[in-house]
Write a protein that binds this ligand. Structure first.
Ligand SMILES: NC(=O)c1ccc[n+]([C@@H]2O[C@H](COP(=O)([O-])OP(=O)(O)OC[C@H]3O[C@@H](n4cnc5c(N)ncnc54)[C@H](OP(=O)(O)O)[C@@H]3O)[C@@H](O)[C@H]2O)c1
Length: 298
């Protein structure tokens, strides 16, 4: 069985190279070999590779920049998934894809479930929702995982930014009225491999597993609590810092304006994922601690 991984160099893509390796013959491509903006060439690559499974970890993820590049973001986040879905439908292949909490507007008071109405409030969120919809409408077999606040040792992310800023500044102001779950690329990749394996092993009845799943770590926090946790752990590990956890001050999102609006509530329930695949998501602190142990030791 051949698995084609797209976006091999991103946070999630890098971890998928490890997690998918035992499942079959893995071909991993980056932007240089498979540009998601070039849809004709992408279709040719699919035909040439003839995979039974496509895992798409590539995406336009520059949330603020997307506000001024909506067409480019749409080509990558919505147009390309439509091409992948059409191949998967025609060839009865599985398509694994990733989406985001930003498909929601954040106005719900509790955690979002998969069938809650979407209402993106940013260009990025809209293009990601359009990508989800194109896959659903194609009728192909798919696992679309919505995740949030992704971090990894490799790549840029909030945790690494906070660590850098705490080394440079005496105090930090961090948003304390947006709630979500920091989710590790390792956890996303490992969970993907487990779910994909289950779907493949189930044969024809695996078709019933097709759909959207929320895949986030357990628990919740604000960006402010997340920053404090990161800085506290780094201090415990002996990293020389100018700002301590106490010097991370809470501010409302209104005091940190960004080009793209972000949902105040990014919480997503993982009940569907856990019950369908017999899994239990670990608390977000588990993998954030691992990240810090890894990057602070090097
Ligand atoms: N990061 C988050 O906080 C977050 C939150 C929720 C959902 N997600 C979703 O999770 C998935 C994985 O995200 P991630 O954090 O791993 O993202 P990432 O680290 O930004 O990686 C995205 C990858 O896509 C590649 N890419 C961008 N444009 C491309 C193009 N035109 N053709 C081919 N490849 C292209 C990038 O290549 P270059 O390195 O060359 O740019 C990069 O390797 C995405 O679907 C994302 O929307 C992410």
């Amino acid at each position: 069985m051949k698995i084609l991984l797209l976006g091999k160099d991103g946070q999630v893509g890098w971890e998928l190279q490890r997690a998918l390796a035992p499942l079959g013959e893995l071909v991993s491509l980056g932007r240089a070999e498979a540009d998601l903006e070039d849809h004709a060439k992408l279709a040719q690559t699919l035909a040439a590779q003839a995979p039974s499974v496509i895992v798409n970890a590539a995406a336009y993820t520059a949330v603020d920049k997307a506000e001024s590049e909506p067409d480019k973001a749409a080509r990558i986040n919505a147009g390309a998934p439509a091409v992948l879905a059409e191949y998967a439908r025609q060839h009865k292949a599985w398509l694994v894809h990733y989406s985001t909490d930003y498909v929601f507007d954040g106005s719900k008071s509790g955690p979002y479930v998969e069938h809650d109405a979407t209402n993106p409030i940013s260009v990025y969120g809209k293009t990601k929702r359009d990508g989800e919809a194109a896959i659903e409408q194609s009728g192909c077999r798919h696992l679309t995982f919505r995740t949030s606040w992704v971090f990894a040792a490799r790549g840029g992310n909030f945790a690494k930014t906070m660590l850098r800023l705490a080394k440079e500044r005496d105090s930090l102001n961090v948003v304390a009225d947006q709630f979500g779950a920091p989710t590790s690329a390792e956890l996303i990749a490992d969970t993907t491999a487990l779910c994909l394996h289950a779907a493949l092993q189930a044969g024809k009845s695996g078709n019933e597993l097709s759909g959207i799943y929320h895949l986030v770590a357990a628990g919740e926090c604000t960006w402010h609590e997340y920053a404090r946790f990161v800085i506290d752990r780094a201090a415990q590990l002996g990293v020389p810092l100018k700002a301590s956890a106490e010097q991370v001050k809470p501010i409302p999102a209104s005091q940190y304006p960004t080009p793209a609006k972000r949902p105040a509530n990014s919480r997503m329930a993982t009940t569907r994922l856990e019950q369908t695949f017999g899994l239990k998501m670990p608390p977000w602190q588990h993998h954030v601690t691992r990240l810090l142990d890894e990057i602070c030791a090097s």
